[in-house]
Ligand binder design. Sequence first.
Ligand SMILES: O=C(O)CCC(=O)C(=O)O
Ligand SMILES: [Mn+2]
Length: 201
Amino acid sequence: MHRAEQDAVELLPRDGSAKLFHNFLSAGTADYYFSQLLQHNPWEQRAITMFGKQVNEPRLSTWHSVDNLSYLYSGLLRTPASWTPMLSELLLLCQLAASANFNSVLINLYRDGNDSMGWHADNEKSNGSEPMIASISLGESRRFDLRHRESKETIRTDLTHGSLLLMSGKSQDAWLHQVPKSKPILEPRINLTFRWVYSTL
Ligand SMILES: O=C(O)CCC(=O)C(=O)O
Ligand SMILES: [Mn+2]
C-alpha cells in the first residue's frame, strides 16, 4: 500500500469525500517547494467586483495550466502564468495519490493571517460534475473549514506544511469551504489546488 494511504483521514461524514494526508511531502521536500514558490512564483493580486465595487482579493495567486487553457474564475477569464518543472513534479505526485488526472493548478499565497478565502465551492462549470481537487499546503498551518450547505454542520481542521487534501464526489455540491482570517498568524502559507478543467471557450 502507498504509505500516504495509511495516513489518510476522512473529514466528511457524508455527501462526498475530503481525505487528508498529513505528511504527504517530507518536511525537506515541502521546505524546498515552499521557498522556491515564495521567491519565484509571479504572484498577482487580483481585483474582483463585489457588490458593484472593485476590491483586491485578500491573498496573492497565480493560475497555471499544462496546455495554457484559460479558465473561467468568478465569471472572469483567467490567463495562465507559465508552467514549470516543479509544477509537473507536484502534479504527478497528486495524480498518483488521487488516481485522477489534472491539467491545471491555482496557487494561492496567504501572506499572513489577514489573508483569507471566504466560503465557496469549486463548482464552476469548467470543473465538471463531482470534480476531484488535490490541495497541497506549504508553510504556516491555516485553519480550513467545511460547512454543509443544508444542515450547516461545520468540520474544522488545520492544513499543515506538506499535507494533501483530496476533495471529491459530492463534496463541492453539498459543502462549502473556507480559509478564515486568523490575526495572530504572521507567517505566509502557500496552497496549490490541482484540478481538471474542461475548456470553456
Ligand atoms: O487555501 C486553501 O486551502 C483552499 C484554497 C481553495 O479553496 C481554492 O483555491 O479554491
Ligand atoms: Mn476552493
